[in-house]
Design a protein around this ligand. Structure first.
Ligand code: 1SD
Ligand code: ZN
Length: 261
């Protein structure tokens, strides 16, 4: 079942040769978002997203997901507002997905998994000199999470899907120099926010998570294109890139706030 498939993945995937948990961790991710337990915060601002499509650089299969990376040397692609004190710069986005549609997202809502989840990773360039420095700080990163559900084909995502065969193997990179990822973010302003961590090593507790309430729709063919990617390099025995999500972590002493009633 789902349990065994990700246990196996955790045990075997090279990325996870490092520890699965952080000793003494108190704000680990992902979590189950229990809708009824989230607290409406009237002081939360709307999230403002301003991306410059020409800051998009390339797509990279890093052996765990595919990363669409951006030029983050200036403030041309940023988010501001929401729960954030500063503006945060877009560094990359990537997805997590399942072998089948019954699971694949990292976060869950009322214990329901979606087939995939998008993460747009931003860092606090106002307070820290580099992404690597920001990763070590409690307010260093801001990640927007968007759930993907099965439905109509997503035209914005399709540009990306068309490029995936070129990065099928681990450690392949292709140029991908104009893309505006705001087309992947639902226009509904509602979100949940909580203090958490990266979901891959180093698992540092540096992330302000902003999870959009409304999912985007993608079709079966688009999810299948994700599942054609490989964890493995050219020449190795092929292992499909699927179930690349971390198991749920305890909420502990945290409150999930919502921007909506
Ligand atoms: O899974 C990503 C990982 O690929 C890497 O991008 C890391 C930091 O850049 O972030 C994690 S996650 O916590 O955004 N899932
Ligand atoms: Zn992620």
């Amino acid at each position: 079942g789902a349990c065994c498939s990700y246990r196996l993945r955790d045990a075997l995937h090279p990325l996870w040769q490092s520890p699965l948990t952080i000793p003494g961790g108190t704000r680990q991710s992902p979590i189950n978002i229990q809708w009824r337990d989230s607290v409406y915060d009237p002081f939360l601002k709307p999230l403002k997203i301003s991306y410059d499509p020409t800051t998009c650089l390339h797509i990279w299969n890093n052996g765990y997901s595919f990363l669409v990376e951006f030029d983050d040397s200036t403030d041309r692609s940023i988010i501001i507002g929401g729960p954030l004190e500063n503006q945060y710069r877009l560094k990359q986005f990537h997805f997590h997905w399942g072998a089948i549609n019954d699971w694949g997202s990292e976060h869950t809502v009322d214990s329901k998994f979606y087939p995939a989840e998008l993460h747009l990773v931003h860092w606090n360039a106002v307070e820290y000199p580099s992404f690597e420095d920001a990763v070590m700080e409690g307010n260093g990163l801001a990640v927007i999470g968007v759930f993907l559900k099965l439905g109509a084909r997503h035209e914005g995502l399709q540009t990306l899907v068309d490029a995936l065969p070129a990065v099928r193997h681990k450690d392949t990179v292709i140029e991908f120099d104009v893309f505006d990822p705001s087309c992947l973010i639902p226009s509904c302003p509602d979100y949940w926010t909580y203090a958490g961590s990266l979901t891959t090593p180093p698992l540092t507790e540096s992330v302000t998570w902003i999870i959009k309430k409304k999912p985007i729709e993608v079709d079966e063919d688009q999810l299948e294109a994700f599942r054609m990617l490989l964890f493995t390099s050219d020449g190795e025995e092929e292992k499909r890139m699927v179930d690349n999500f971390r198991p749920l972590q305890p909420l502990m002493n945290r409150t999930v706030r919502s921007s909506f009633r």
